[in-house]
Design a protein around this ligand. Structure first.
Ligand code: ADP
Ligand code: GLC
Length: 485
């Protein structure tokens, strides 16, 4: 089975969040199921520079007339062969893949990501004479036009089926209707059941409507996005297309996230060696200037600093938590107001709070090994990878029970403290009182070291691997492959 993966991010090259982890892990996981996956990415300079050599595969003419070279490359550090769109005027920019250094979305994002969808279609139609995918798998709004361009293709013999995976419905890729013609959007697609969303072009909707199959990244989130509370205005559409929607939980890439083999850690450990965590705890304390003490848990936050991550609850709860002896180590970047609020907290409590603004992969690993808990009170969370990494590292998550967080964290119950299978703490209502209640439970557990260690061992042995999710994707590809001959 040959599959073309289309995404805007992929570990180890370009990462702003979990999408990159997933795109980077799928090639090897799917290879074990007999799927040959190749990945199409925008030709960001960081990727082009990291590749030893590239070859020119062909040239594509974009709907608005620009021509781009499509490059092929063997990728060191990934098992996937890559295709890249060589268009410096679209992708060679300072800032993130989506925004300039000041946090403003690039004004031509509609073109930058239409090019991604268009080249996916060209590859499906035979741009590379030596390799043609049987299925195109597009991820998130950035790749949402790929299923649409495929569906609008006028050449029936090259009609290739597509899968569209929603990683986060909150980001929809909305653009002004005036771009319709330059993007090659046919008139028949411009209506409520096409990609029009309240007078705008929606790349997310394009993917949802035109893909043959849909998936999202946990069973819980698959249910939630079909409700008005979590549907971001698309719940009706998603219910309508519910028959083609599956929830497939993300996995953990054990080659990268494994405390027994993690080169970023001062001291490596497995579930039978929990005492080795003390060395990591101490080293992290020295690195961050936090005392090594054990009155209350040392809590990590590793997160994009966006309102939906629910960190307002932590800011509200910080005073009582710190009073009880907790420490907070925050690694993140994002909205200026949230960054500022954490910096002010650090200024008020320099002995107990440490803030690192920025993106630091190595520090993320050390935090998981050197903190006792991870706080992840997201308002909504499609899957969430960080809580799974935390459990794997013996760092107990405290989460809001939604989406993938509810699906992956089985909370400890103080009324049944010896129950097996628990690996963290959770609260059901998104409210400060409920958060503090979960925190009180964590403190109660902390006071019982034998219980705490049992939760750590349970979390570390949970099999959040990619085997089962990869099998589920493979079944979808096979069904589509058969249906389309
Ligand atoms: P999301 O994709 O919504 O950001 P996930 O939990 O799925 O949430 O994935 C987040 C990923 O990004 C994890 O790999 C996490 O370790 C990483 N991450 C987030 N913020 C940072 C940061 N500031 N520095 C390093 N890694 C980060
Ligand atoms: C999104 C979601 C996150 C998920 C990740 C990978 O960024 O916010 O919950 O884990 O995609 O699927």
């Amino acid at each position: 089975m040959r599959v073309l993966q289309v995404s805007s991010e992929m570990v180890p090259w370009v990462k702003t969040g979990g999408l990159a982890d997933v795109a980077g892990a799928l090639p090897a996981a799917l290879a074990r199921c007999g799927v040959e996956l190749r990945a199409l990415l925008p030709g960001y300079p960081v990727i082009l520079q990291a590749l030893r050599s590239t070859e020119r595969i062909g040239r594509a003419r974009l709907p608005w007339g620009d021509e781009v070279d499509v490059l092929g490359a063997e990728a060191h550090g990934s098992s996937a062969r890559l295709y890249l769109i060589d268009a410096a005027w679209l992708y060679a920019r300072a800032g993130s893949p989506y925004e300039d250094a000041q946090g403003h979305a690039f004004a031509d994002n509609h073109r930058r990501f239409a090019a991604l969808g268009w080249v996916a279609r060209e590859l499906a139609c035979g741009l590379d004479p030596t390799w043609q995918p049987q299925v195109v798998h597009a991820h998130d709004w950035h790749a949402g036009l790929a299923p649409a361009y495929l569906a609008w293709s006028t050449a029936p013999h090259v009609r290739r089926p597509s899968v569209f995976t929603i990683h986060n419905l909150a980001y929809q890729g909305l653009f002004r209707a005036v771009h319709q013609a330059e993007l090659g959007i046919p008139a028949h697609a411009w209506h409520l059941e096409g990609l029009e969303f309240h007078g705008q072009i929606s790349y997310m909707k394009a993917g949802i409507v035109h893909a043959d199959r849909l998936s999202t990244v946990s069973a819980g989130y698959a249910r939630e996005i079909q409700t008005p509370e979590q549907g971001f205005g698309l719940d009706g559409l998603l219910r309508h297309h519910g028959h083609k929607l599956s929830g497939i939980r993300n996995g953990i890439d054990s080659g990268i996230w494994n405390p027994a083999h993690d080169d970023h850690l001062p001291s490596r450990y497995n579930p039978g060696q929990l005492t080795a965590r003390a060395t990591n705890h101490e080293a992290l304390g020295l690195e961050l200037g936090l005392a090594a003490h054990h009155e209350a848990p040392r809590c990590a936050i590793i997160s994009r600093l966006h309102p939906h991550k629910g960190l307002g609850l932590v800011l509200e709860a910080a005073a009582p938590m710190l009073h009880q002896g907790a420490q907070l180590a925050i690694l993140g970047r994002g909205e200026a107001s949230i960054e500022q609020a954490f910096l002010e907290l650090e200024q008020r409590h320099p002995d107990q709070v440490r803030v690192r603004l920025g993106f630091d992969e190595a520090l993320a690993h050390r935090l998981l090994a050197g903190c006792d808990m991870l706080l992840m009170p997201s308002q909504f969370e499609p899957c969430g990878l960080t809580q799974m990494y935390a459990m794997r590292y013996g760092c107990l998550p405290l989460v809001h029970s939604v989406g993938g967080l509810a699906d992956t964290v089985h909370p400890w119950d103080p009324h049944n403290p010896a129950a097996t299978g628990c690996s963290g703490f959770a609260f059901a209502t998104f409210h400060i009182g409920a958060f503090l209640e979960a925190w009180a439970q964590a403190l109660a557990c902390w006071a019982q070291p034998v219980q705490w260690a049992a939760l750590q061992r349970t979390g570390m042995s949970l099999a959040f691997d990619w085997d089962e999710p990869a099998r589920q994707y493979t079944r979808i590809y096979q069904q589509l492959g058969h249906a389309h001959g």
